[in-house]
Design a protein around this ligand. Structure first.
Ligand SMILES: Cc1cc2nc3c(=O)[nH]c(=O)nc-3n(C[C@H](O)[C@H](O)[C@H](O)COP(=O)(O)OP(=O)(O)OC[C@H]3O[C@@H](n4cnc5c(N)ncnc54)[C@H](O)[C@@H]3O)c2cc1C
Length: 480
């Protein structure tokens, strides 16, 4: 029995956007998260112009602008030699009006994820997705291994119908074939994008990859088990994705990963309508960020390349404290008070192409490893993957074909749309290791309105960032 068309594991931006889009198209979908909302998610909380445009497409621009937080009009970069470059996003909007007239919306916003993710989750619920909070998925259910008994008691007939409340069958009661992937034997331990960083590597046993994924099972916050079945499972469960591991699609490795530390603070000096990215010599090609999160709160953090961090034996939380205490920044933090504990997280960057589809399964957002390798932004690409995954899932349901061959269409669409941008960002990340070049670009742009406008256009996506990869770019600006 199919209870749902889609089971979506994880209610971050990828999962909630996918649930909302699927429910709007009349699909029966369940959105599961181990957390109860609102919940925090370690993040810089910045919505770039790209994320804002995608939220606009979902019809949420105005409500997101109304959420607590800070609307961003300027971006400040500083280089290792302490040169400072300021890009005014409003100027770009004036310079590049949309062809249909009016003004181009360029502003970004910093909204604490506690607020943003709760907002998106409730939009998915309002659209008709069935929400299961406090439900930790522990195992994928493979076709032929489903429990015989009807799970959850109630029959789910359509969008918005009541969620099953009791778990009639779960790990204990289920007739699970031995050797399916349970917590003990499931997760493949080798392969994918490990330290060697093999492109497109695929962990997991062939047996796991060839069986169709037909649902999930796990445990609710009260300890009761659950099991749900569906035609497709969307893995939106973030960087540590159980769905990616148990489907055998890929493993996490440190080669294509960044690590970041974040601390909320009050009374940081000089917070305005700007986000600040400081590429200090301690962390370049990573950076220290100072983002105004609204109501006097600042989101302060530091992102590092995982390979550099290992080589230099750095502790991101400690490095963050050292940098904000250094003479360059100390004056900003004289009155500052920490709010809550400093905490860290990983960012799986799209500097390799990971397989994101299998038998009955698609991976989205961080589970698919779509974070921009240069900027560290992941929310925009999570939203893009939601659109593409729901389009592909809808076609698979109509065709009654959830085979890996059919769903490979999703991989293709994802990389047609994001591949070139991710490749450029990965190369820019490598280029930014060259400190003299980085210093020179920031210094030159600080004194040239034309170059600032060009960088602003690259940030807005109206000029290609690939220009930065060509020697002629530097020759031209050296001569200019
Ligand atoms: C320190 C830091 C700073 C960042 N700053 C920015 C920024 O400023 N701007 C930006 O655009 N991006 C930023 N990113 C990246 C961004 O946070 C992610 O790309 C984005 O959250 C991806 O969304 P997602 O929906 O794929 O996954 P997530 O937001 O990670 O959501 C995954 C969800 O899955 C749930 N889940 C996980 N496992 C299970 C399970 N087994 N069962 C049930 N539920 C489960 C989790 O509870 C979670 O709610 C930052 C990341 C870090 C770590």
């Amino acid at each position: 029995m199919q209870e749902y068309d889609l089971i979506i594991v994880g209610a971050g931006p990828a999962g909630s956007a996918a649930a909302m889009l699927a429910a709007r198209r009349g699909m029966r979908c369940a959105l599961l998260d181990k957390a109860s909302f609102p919940r925090d998610k370690v993040c810089g909380d910045a919505l770039s112009g790209k994320s804002m445009r995608l939220l606009d497409e979902l019809g949420f621009l105005d409500p997101v602008l109304q959420l607590p937080g800070t609307v961003i009009h300027r971006v400040v970069f500083s280089s290792p030699d302490e040169s400072v470059l300021e890009i005014d996003l409003r100027r770009h909007a004036e310079l590049h009006p949309p062809s249909g007239g009016g003004t181009h919306r360029m502003e970004g916003k910093v909204v604490p994820r506690r607020t943003l993710d709760e907002f998106l989750l409730r939009q998915a619920q309002a659209a008709g997705a069935v929400i299961h909070e406090g439900c930790t998925v522990q195992e994928l259910v493979f076709a032929g291994t489903q429990a015989r008994r009807t799970c959850g008691g109630s029959k789910i007939s359509g969008a918005g119908s009541a969620a099953p409340t009791s778990g009639a069958c779960g790990p204990s009661g289920a007739a699970v074939a031995a050797g399916a992937c349970g917590p003990s034997g499931a997760a493949p331990t080798s392969g994918a994008c490990g330290p060697s960083g093999a492109a497109g590597a695929t962990g997991g046993s062939g047996a796991m990859r060839s069986a169709r994924i037909a649902g999930v099972r796990g445990t609710r916050a009260d300890g009761s088990p659950f099991e749900f079945h569906s035609r497709l499972v969307l893995g939106c469960d973030g960087v540590t994705s159980l769905v990616a591991r148990q489907s055998g699609l890929h493993q996490r490795g440190h080669r294509h990963c960044r690590i970041a530390a974040r601390q909320y603070m009050r009374d940081v000096d000089g917070l305005t309508d700007q986000i600040e990215l400081h590429f200090t010599h301690e962390v370049v090609p990573g950076y220290l960020w100072i983002f105004p999160a609204g109501e006097g709160l600042a989101n302060i953090g530091l992102g590092l390349d995982c390979v550099d961090r290992k080589k230099r034996a750095m502790n991101p939380l400690q490095t963050l404290q050292e940098i904000i205490g250094a003479p360059r920044f100390r004056h900003r933090f004289r009155q500052a008070r920490a709010v809550g504990r400093a905490t860290g997280g990983h960012l799986p960057v799209g500097s390799i192409r990971r397989p994101c589809s299998g038998q009955g399964v698609l991976l989205l957002g961080d589970a698919a490893g779509l974070v921009d390798p240069f900027t560290g932004e992941g929310i925009g690409n999570a939203l893009i993957s939601a659109h593409l995954a729901v389009d592909t899932a809808a076609e698979a349901i109509v065709a009654d074909d959830a085979s890996a061959e059919f769903l490979r269409l999703y991989d293709q669409r994802l990389w047609d749309q994001l591949g070139s941008e991710l490749r450029t960002s990965a190369r820019l990340h490598r280029l930014s290791r060259c400190r003299p070049l980085f210093n020179w670009v920031v210094r030159r742009a600080a004194h040239s309105r034309e170059l600032r406008d060009l960088i602003g256009a690259m940030m807005a996506g109206t000029e290609s960032r690939t220009q930065l990869l060509h020697p002629w770019f530097y020759v031209r600006w050296l001569a200019g």
